[in-house]
Design a protein around this ligand. Structure first.
Ligand code: NDP
Ligand code: GDR
Length: 367
């Protein structure tokens, strides 16, 4: 690639590039010809599995995908990376993103998810990049928590129900404030739950697809669940990252709800996944005594350990504004997504089953 061509290419910086959304967004932006920089945390073992397929050897000249060590709790590191990369667009996807874990680590969650957002916005301001760098904040339907209106839209009042949601509420408002105070192009995508085969293994959808795939291959006997009557509006991450990019391509920065406009229970997700794997669930009992049977085998049980101190019982988004202004039309249906996730986890389970059959140890924790 010629230098002149390199100079005309847009540069994006993604925090949370090793996560579900970060990996899909990086693929998407590379496809659009961007130079993509990402921040990864130092870990004692490899944590780049989701982006390994787009990794480029840094020894090759003009690589257009580059990872930098960093952390949202480390101000000087963030300032240095923003200065070095001079991004046209920053996507702040990094977060301690697990709601249940935020009750265990509330202070850390506040630091990363709340203060981390401020640190990036300040880095842009300190470096005088307010007019150059556009900023996307990964806001969330968890802001609505104890819902005040159904369906939820951009004007629905917030009522966060977890340390995670409270931290994200700070991040939401500091993004709005920097837009208004400094004229920055900064916006919030209020995204409802979105999933994929790359979803973290402890979020409910992936826990179900992976757990049931393992059970049907004889690798595990039972899946322990929390509140299976919770209602969520689930879409596919691939569709949702497209909207993150579009939000930064408008004339004016605005906040948008991204959702499908349809909600289902966790129980429904379990039944659909079971069907995709050729299993049928029969429910017996009620409350914490409820059991899901596959034939005579009790494969779903309720474990109150997975109940949250304050639960978000129902979420349903109204994406009308995104439809009208961004042309939002999701490509992938819930059924297609479940089929894709179940197939990916079944392939993995079959590999493990084969290894086990041949005497190798396999670890398929269902936590
Ligand atoms: P993931 O949990 O898959 O990814 C989170 C990313 O943040 C990972 O790359 C993780 O790194 C990184 N991270 C965690 N802590 C830090 C830190 N201290 N410093 C820097 N990076 C850190 O989340 P998703 O991809 O699902 O979500 C992306 C964003 O969107 C998150 O902010 C989430 O809160 C938000 N969101 C997600 C929704 C969803 O349904 N998926 C819906 C609405 C909002 P590592 O890989 O090392 O752990
Ligand atoms: P959520 O996602 O909390 O909505 O946050 P999660 O998949 O963890 O839970 C969804 C619902 O399922 C119920 N549930 C269980 N959840 C988990 N994780 N494990 C279980 O065993 C289980 N049983 C029932 C939960 O109680 C809840 O009601 C996700 C994250 O990606 C956030 O970062 C993001 O902001 C929101 O989605 C939108």
């Amino acid at each position: 690639m010629q230098n002149s061509q390199m100079n005309t290419r847009k540069v994006a910086l993604i925090t949370g590039i090793t996560g579900q959304d970060g990996s899909y967004l990086a693929e998407f932006l590379l496809g659009k010809g961007y130079i993509v920089h990402g921040i990864k945390r130092r870990a004692s073992s490899f944590n780049t599995q989701r982006v390994d397929h787009i990794y480029q050897d840094p020894h090759i000249n003009n690589a257009n995908f580059k990872l930098h060590y960093g952390d949202l709790t480390d101000t000087s590191n963030l300032v240095r990376i923003v200065q070095e990369t001079q991004p046209d667009e920053i996507y702040n996807l990094g977060a301690q993103s697990h709601v249940a874990v935020s009750f265990e680590s509330p202070e850390y969650t506040a630091d990363v998810d709340g203060m981390g957002t401020l640190r990036i916005l300040e880095a842009i301001r300190i470096l005088g990049l307010e007019k150059k760098t556009r900023f996307y904040q990964a806001s969330t339907s968890e802001l609505y928590g104890l819902v005040q209106e159904t369906p939820q839209k951009e004007t629905t009042p917030f009522y966060p129900r977890s340390p995670y949601a409270v931290a994200k509420l700070y991040a939401y408002w500091i993004t709005v404030n920097y837009r208004e105070a400094y004229g920055m192009y900064a916006c919030n995508g209020i995204l409802f739950n979105h999933e994929s085969p790359r979803r973290g293994e402890t979020f409910v959808t992936r826990k179900i697809t992976r757990g049931l795939a393992n059970i049907c291959q004889g690798l595990e006997s039972c899946l322990y669940m929390g509140n299976i009557d919770a209602l969520r509006d689930w879409g596919h991450a691939k569709d949702y990252v497209r909207m993150q990019w579009l939000m930064l391509q408008q004339d004016q920065a605005e906040d948008f709800v991204i959702a499908t406009g349809v909600q289902y229970t966790v129980r429904h997700f379990i039944e659909k996944t079971a069907a995709a794997l050729g299993m049928q669930i029969r429910w017996e009992g009620t409350g914490v005594g409820e059991v899901g049977y596959w034939g005579e085998q009790a494969i779903i049980q309720i474990d109150p350990r997975y109940f949250r101190p304050t639960e978000v019982e129902t979420l349903l988004g109204d994406p009308s504004k995104a439809k009208q202004k961004l042309g939002w039309v999701p490509d992938i249906t819930l059924d297609q997504m479940i089929t894709e996730m179940a197939a990916a986890d079944l392939a993995e389970a079959k590999k493990h089953a084969l290894l086990k059959k041949n005497g190798f140890d396999v670890n398929v924790s269902l936590e």
